[in-house]
Design a protein around this ligand. Sequence first.
Ligand SMILES: [Zn+2]
Length: 177
Amino acid sequence: MHTRTCITCKQTLPSNLFKYRATREEAKRKGLSGNTAAWVESNRCKACRPKRKPPSKLTRNELANRVTAGDVSPIEAERILNERELKRRAKISEYMKVRHAMLKHMSLRPTQLKLFLLEQHIKKEQAQQLKQEQRDAKHSAKLSTPPRKRGRPPKQLIPTTPLTTGQKSVQGETHER
Ligand SMILES: [Zn+2]
């Protein structure tokens, strides 16, 4: 039996482990006609040879190049591209399904909506009341002590929605100036 030594792992192995089917491009590079996919011998054994990308993993351009070289049939390339497109569409449709389910879950029925709005309204009123109380307290404090340090109102004391408090604080500041 013929043997050969691999230049990478330095093991002496049967020579058939060094043979591989070259693509037409590779065959041409090795000085062969390139009319057929020839068997060529490598310096590396099968385990040490870099793995070739399977056609299904090739990019669109790489596939086109393989097709022009004659290593991949146009039908095979088309099949791969079609499959990829189907996968892409399935992904999008899956995403849309999840999105739809989420929106449906988040949306409320009319009766629920009424309750929700009422709750929001109460919260808002409570927030305004609290804000007013704080403003009054601050105002009276200002009257008793000279304004030495101009700082922001203590935001962490207001347990309300940030939008309303933000607007109110801006208004408050403009009044102070
Ligand atoms: Zn090796």
